[in-house]
Ligand binder design. Structure first.
Ligand SMILES: Nc1ncnc2c1ncn2[C@@H]1O[C@H](COP(=O)(O)OP(=O)(O)O)[C@@H](O)[C@H]1O
Ligand SMILES: C[C@@](O)(CCOP(=O)(O)O)CC(=O)O
Ligand SMILES: [Mg+2]
Length: 402
């Protein structure tokens, strides 16, 4: 590792259809966003492990020996089976970590969850592959946190790749002179499994779709752990709008589960219908030519409208999202929430025949509501290792200031 260390990045995601239903075994269609989270890993000094997470206001450090002793307490000595990537993080393990880090028992604040996920992943990965590494880690992101764009998964994917690298569990695929590189398939699967563990700490009961997109990138269908790349993805223009209403994925996912348990005969058909929407959308996307062709859009738009109603029925809507949909509808555009809902972001389909005037007017009205909106690329690459020359002076300065 050079003095600047190495740089890893992972994309956020947009779920086109299937959020929440995917937690209950239905299909979801998701695409990687052109907005990424970055992690810089540097050799540590003085047998210390340091994390700097400016996005959630965290700067912490620990003695490597202290962390090794803590790891011993969690594994009961040499038994690493309790820390396997196929097992959910144990409630008691997380309680020990909360006490160690001085985090409240009902940890739900962004900084608490970020520290907890980091500590769990660091101790679990090092228990399996070697010593607790003495490294400095800094993570920053282009993604809004807690807004439905998978910032938790992008964070967990970056941590998984960096910690597996620091513990020498994966290779360094970057060759001299290359700006970026990706890991071989088997190592990507390992990164994905460990990122899922981080998501479990942050979300409680994640489906795994977000970390799959963060790892593999592109556009994919996800169902019960099965990941399939979409055969063909047309160039879709999507407007992202952040209502800026804060919410927690963990709380929303738990609320949906409660509703399903309370009204199974009412809620299960809704989840089945969302599943059918994902199937229908996939068929349309795969039938569409790569270049935009307006005739396919009315169906895509209707599917957005139906799903948005379903998401309201399962209890993850919000007045701010209703407003977003009304504003775009007044310009002939169709929207739905994306991610966990309850606030956060919505997506609006921009058909090729939408006039630039209509799109600009919609953007203006959305901004007048206090929302932030922007167009971004979709289908971005998954987890990537960058040459440290990508760490330009601007980034280094921003990190040292925050
Ligand atoms: N760049 C980051 N640095 C540290 N923690 C992060 C970062 N991005 C996300 N997180 C963690 O993920 C949480 C947000 O996850 P979540 O509620 O699932 O929303 P979303 O994934 O939609 O952004 C934050 O509260 C924080 O704990
Ligand atoms: C609601 C859900 O389907 C997606 C959550 O995405 P986000 O954390 O809101 O970006 C949960 C999941 O799939 O784990
Ligand atoms: Mg999340």
């Amino acid at each position: 590792m050079s003095e600047h260390g190495l740089l890893v990045s992972a994309p956020g995601k947009v779920i086109l259809h299937g959020e929440h239903a995917v937690v209950h075994g239905k299909a979801a269609l998701a695409v990687a966003l052109g907005l990424r989270t970055f992690l810089r890993l540097r050799p540590g000094g003085g047998e210390r492990l340091r994390i700097h997470l400016p996005g959630v206001g965290v700067r912490r450090e620990w003695d490597v020996a202290e962390l090794s002793a803590l790891r011993g307490r969690l594994t009961g000595g040499a038994n690493t089976a309790d820390f396997d990537e196929s097992k959910s993080p144990g409630v008691e393990q997380l309680d020990v970590l909360k006490e160690f880090a001085g985090i409240a028992a009902d940890a739900s604040a962004p900084d608490s969850l970020a520290i907890l996920a980091f500590l769990y992943m660091c101790l679990a990965i090092s228990a399996k592959y070697g010593d607790v590494p003495s490294v400095d880690i800094a993570v920053w992101s282009e993604l809004p946190t807690g807004a439905g764009l998978g910032s938790s998964a992008a964070y967990a994917v970056c941590l998984a790749a960096a910690l597996l690298h620091a513990c020498r569990a994966i290779s360094c695929p970057l060759k001299d002179g290359e700006a970026t590189a990706r890991w071989p398939e088997e190592e990507m699967s390992l990164i994905n499994s460990w990122a899922f563990q981080g998501e479990r700490v942050i979300h409680g009961n994640p489906s795994g779709v977000d970390n799959a997109v963060g790892t593999w990138g592109g556009a994919l269908r996800y169902q019960s752990g099965k990941i399939t790349s979409l055969k063909r993805v047309p160039t879709l223009r999507i407007l992202l709008t952040n209502t800026k209403v804060p919410r927690s994925t963990k709380v929303l996912v738990a609320g949906v589960k409660e509703k399903i348990l309370k009204f199974p005969a009412i809620m299960n058909p809704v989840l089945d219908s969302i599943d059918a929407i994902s199937q229908e959308c996939q068929s349309v996307l795969e039938a569409m030519p790569t270049n935009p062709s307006p005739e396919y859009y009315p169906v895509l738009e209707e599917l957005f409208d139906i799903n948005q109603h379903h998401l309201n029925v399962i209890g993850v809507g919000h007045p701010s999202l209703d407003r977003l949909c009304r504003v775009t509808a007044s310009h002939g555009l169709h929207s739905k929430l994306t991610g966990a809902g309850g606030g956060g972001c919505g997506i609006t389909l921009l058909p090729p025949d939408a006039t630039p005037l209509a799109v600009e007017a919609a953007k203006r009205d959305l901004c007048a509501c206090g929302f932030e909106c922007w167009e971004t690329d979709i289908g971005a690459p998954g987890v990537t290792l960058h040459s440290s020359s990508a760490l330009n002076a601007e980034v280094l300065h921003a990190l040292s200031e925050s």
